[in-house]
Design a protein around this ligand. Structure first.
Ligand SMILES: CC(C)[C@H](C(=O)O)[C@@H](O)C(=O)O
Ligand code: SF4
Length: 467
């Protein structure tokens, strides 16, 4: 095995050739598809009379458009029904494995692939979805792609890409109580900027990530894209192997031992060279909340909304836009901001450990009056597990709604939407203008525990006061 970073090793091993454009033609081991970005890709295949080259390397699910309350078919939304039918038809026509609603395996694409053991170290993974970087938590190189690239992969199992630089982001030390993986990634985006990662793959290294569970690592890698990086990853270790062992698509028997050996060999070498290295201290990270309209506009729960004069020229213009849109004032504390809706879910924080953590804070408490609070498991499997543990009851007794799995209000391509200028405390990953379904809707990103704290108090609160 050549020396270097995991990124370089995996890239080199999957290189088919160099295109005349100078880009690399990269073999893609696993292709994940969903209902939003696949229909036109299949239509383009049909036009050119092409087949799916390796149907066994593509796996489909439906997540963005599924209602989380009434999932009876046909869906009430005609467009949503058309989209699920198109996916059903395309998967059938091309012999593609499809985890449909009610199959027991449906869920947000970035939740189900790890759950089934499809996501493995050293793989190249692509999906027509920006948060594909999530899979990097396993030491895979995982790219979000556009619809024409979905077509390319269906037809050729390869992707044309320019090689990336690699930045090592080291975070060391133990996180303080009440500080989560979500806070780590919001902190990193705040410090490095939403465009800081452009042209880079992010390698997250250091003892803080080593101490994290796979689900926490997924939360971090999920938002690599929000920091501008094309992908993000963590070197595979015993935590990774323990998570994968026994999952449906994980290697078994002798194959398992061989796989672990190979997965270990693709880790970045101690003397690997990086294009950039930045180092952070876990002790400096506070429970973090975004106050603006980009995931980089985050502050510690005890901080005040930055004043224009405290910001760099480039941050000032977007801050001015954010004050107006968010109806929040520079210099004000973020703690105490009244919220209307509290949402725990999404591919960032809709996994079982997120729900367990949320339930810890919800137990024996009540959602404040006038607040709409709801919990959306990231997959049917997460829902089943949560119910087996009685988490649904904890949430229901506390006044939360308990839903079916899907993307829900993360993006609101389904009935879960903010109304008017409602403001949400949300465990999702994007706070763009209008993101949660209303053109004036406002989103405050935070950890699931902080969402529950906001639901209980009716205002943005420090979860550490509930510890
Ligand atoms: C609908 C889909 C293409 C989109 C994405 O690419 O990320 C969505 O998942 C999102 O989070 O904005
Ligand atoms: S949960 Fe949100 S971020 Fe994740 S895939 Fe769905 S819409 Fe995109």
């Amino acid at each position: 095995m050549s020396k270097g970073t995991l990124f370089d090793k995996v890239w080199n091993l999957h290189t088919v050739g160099t295109l005349t454009s100078g880009q690399t033609q990269l073999f893609i081991g696993l292709h994940l598809i969903h209902e939003v970005t696949s229909p036109q890709a299949f239509a383009m295949l049909r036009e050119r009379e092409l087949k799916v080259l390796f149907p066994e390397r593509t796996v489909a699910t439906v997540d963005h458009i599924v209602p989380t309350e009434n999932q009876a078919r046909p869906f009430a939304d005609v467009l949503a029904e058309e989209m699920i039918v198109a996916l059903e038809d395309n998967c059938k026509a091309h012999d593609i494995r499809f985890y449909n609603v009610g199959s027991g395996r449906q869920g947000i694409v970035h939740v189900i692939a790890p759950e089934q053991g499809l996501t493995q170290p050293g793989m190249t993974i692509a999906c027509g979805d920006s948060h594909t970087s999530t899979h990097g938590a396993f030491g895979a190189i995982a790219f979000g792609i556009g619809t024409s690239q979905v077509r390319d992969i269906l037809a050729s199992q390869t992707l044309a890409l320019s090689k990336l630089k690699v930045r090592k982001i080291e975070v060391n030390g133990t996180l303080n109580p009440g500080v989560y993986a979500k806070d780590v990634v919001l902190h990193l985006i705040r410090k490095l900027g939403v465009n800081g990662g452009v042209g880079y793959a992010y390698e997250y290294a250091g003892s803080t990530f080593e101490q994290m569970s796979m689900e926490e690592r997924m939360t971090v890698c999920n938002m690599a894209i929000e920091g501008g990086a094309r992908c993000g990853y963590i070197n595979p270790d015993q935590v990774t192997f323990d998570y994968l062992k026994g999952r449906e698509f994980a290697p078994k028997g002798e194959e398992w031992d061989k796989a672990v050996e190979w997965w270990t060999s693709i880790r970045s070498d101690a003397d690997a060279e990086y294009d950039d290295v930045v180092v952070f201290d876990a002790a400096d990270i506070q429970p973090t909340v975004t106050w603006g309209i980009t995931p980089g506009q985050g502050i510690g729960i005890n901080e005040t909304i930055p004043k224009p004069e405290e910001l760099s020229d480039s941050d000032r213009a977007i801050a001015q836009e954010a004050y107006r849109y968010m109806k929040l004032n520079p210099g004000d504390k973020i703690a105490g901001t009244k919220v209307d809706v509290c949402f725990v879910g999404s591919c960032t924080n809709g996994r079982i450990s997120d729900l367990r953590e949320a339930a810890k804070f919800a137990k024996g408490r009540q959602v404040a009056s006038g607040i709409k609070a709801f919990i959306v498991p990231g997959s049917e499997d997460v829902k089943k597990q949560a119910e087996a543990e009685g988490l649904d009851k904890v949430f229901l007794e506390a006044g939360f709604e308990w839903r079916e799995s899907g993307c829900s209000m993360c993006l609101a391509m389904n009935p879960d939407k903010l109304q008017g200028s409602q403001i949400s405390a949300s465990s999702s990953n994007r706070n763009f203008k209008g993101r949660q379904g209303s053109s004036e809707g406002r989103t405050l990103l935070m950890s699931p525990a902080m969402v529950v704290a906001a639901a209980i108090n009716g205002v943005v609160s420090d979860v550490r006061d509930l510890l």
